[in-house]
Design a protein around this ligand. Structure first.
Ligand SMILES: *Cc1c(COP(=O)(O)O)cnc(C)c1O
Length: 388
């Protein structure tokens, strides 16, 4: 199948086949792990497309084609982690440039922009992106990058990708969507005007909590050229084994996401109806502020659910966080297993407390990454933990 035929296939078909073909040397149906750092040349410069493992590797190339195919983009460029992918994009800025980002976002993105790029003269601001006017008012003449995360982390707020990418384009600003929470199964930002899509493939794309990785997808040859140059020159590349594991994960992405969504919806409804719970954050609840926008922009509501207890105190939250049996208390998300997280002390501890609270992130907020287990077991587990 050529690339144009592949583009016309459904997402579940692309998940299994995009970027892959039987191995040309042996016919192996699954892309082998090419555990090699270098490649033989018949004469100087006469090689079969690969010269040195930092620049490219066939297992990585297959994964890049697969991820680009899933996002509906021309290019996929893989990195050693999600933050390495973010880092590569930010390295394309210059001293004096400004990044405008969402104020409810992955804590490591905040730390990278402020503490790593700040000292190099790249400034950043963080605003509530659910209101386009707030975003417009915060743009500066030197703003070069609009960093969008939706649904946001951990409050799962839904922001209007089309409205924000239109605004960015009208000002000549590049727009990026961190699509880690939604995955291309639920939303494809390139179709909604984004210049770049970033993933931590560590999460849903890998899907089994056994590998760290990142990717940038884009239709722009210019951006792809800059990022490939950084892959070669700065070298934050994933190893072939990690690429193989991620590629194994993406094949089942479509079916996994269906179950993540189904389980998360059932849990959000259970929590919302429970008197021990004061508030549930989940885009699939009709009571949720971003519900209508999520219905328009997404093909499902995702596997992430956050909630606040009626007793909004740290000791009460701690009791729930330490008494589940199926949910594991751990950072990260997007794996087949259900995880529970306390953002204020775990994933979002790198954001100063006053900024966290200003963004509406309560100290006692609990975040769930709902896995693909039997939903009755998950609900029973939460029910007993809430009784502690
Ligand atoms: C985990 C995560 C990242 C960072 O990815 P790593 O693979 O951990 O480096 C970036 N964005 C979001 C939304 C994430 O959840």
């Amino acid at each position: 199948m050529n690339a144009d035929e592949m583009k016309r296939m459904g997402l579940a078909t692309r998940a299994v086949h995009a970027g892959q073909q039987p191995d040309p040397s042996t016919g192996a149906v699954m892309t082998p792990i090419y555990q090699t750092s270098t490649y033989a040349q018949a004469a100087p410069g006469d090689h079969k497309g690969h010269e040195y493992g930092r620049v490219s590797n066939p297992t990585r190339t297959a994964l890049e084609g697969n991820l680009a195919g899933l996002e509906g983009g021309e290019h996929g460029i893989c990195f050693a982690s999600g933050v390495a992918a973010t880092d590569a994009i930010a390295r394309c800025l210059r001293p004096g440039d400004h990044i405008l980002a969402s104020n409810d976002l992955y804590g490591g993105t905040y730390r990278l922009f402020r503490q790593v790029f700040g000292p190099f003269g790249i400034t950043s601001d963080f605003v509530d992106m659910s209101d386009v006017e707030t975003v417009e008012a915060a743009l500066r003449p030197e703003t070069k990058l609009l960093w969008i995360e939706t649904p946001t982390n951990p409050l799962v707020r839904v922001v209007d990708i089309r409205a924000l990418t239109d605004l960015a384009r009208s000002r000549g600003i590049a727009s990026v969507v961190d699509n880690t929470f939604a995955t291309p199964v639920l939303q494809r930002p390139l179709e909604q005007g984004a210049d770049l899509v970033v993933h931590s493939t560590t999460k849903y794309l890998g899907g089994h909590s056994d590998v760290i990785g990142g990717v940038v997808c884009t239709d722009s040859d210019e951006w792809a050229g800059k990022l490939r140059f950084l892959v070669k020159s700065a070298g934050a590349v994933p190893g072939p084994m990690d690429c193989f594991l991620t590629l194994r994960g993406t094949k089942t992405l479509d079916v996994r996401m269906q179950r993540h969504c189904e389980n998360a919806q059932a849990i959000a409804e259970f929590l919302e109806a429970d008197a021990r719970v004061a508030h549930v954050y989940y885009p699939g609840l009709p009571s949720f502020a971003g519900h209508e926008l999520a219905k328009r922009q997404m093909d499902g509501f995702g596997g992430m659910v956050s909630f606040l207890l009626t007793d909004d105190s740290m000791p009460a939250a701690n009791r729930v966080l330490s008494s589940t049996q199926v949910f594991t208390l751990a950072e990260s998300l997007g794996g087949v297993e259900s995880l529970m997280n306390h953002p204020a002390t775990m994933t979002h501890a790198s954001i100063p407390a006053d900024e966290r609270r200003a963004a509406g992130l309560h100290d006692a907020l609990i975040r769930l990454s709902v896995g693909i287990e039997s939903k009755d077991d998950l609900i029973r587990d939460l029910d007993q933990a809430l009784s502690q």
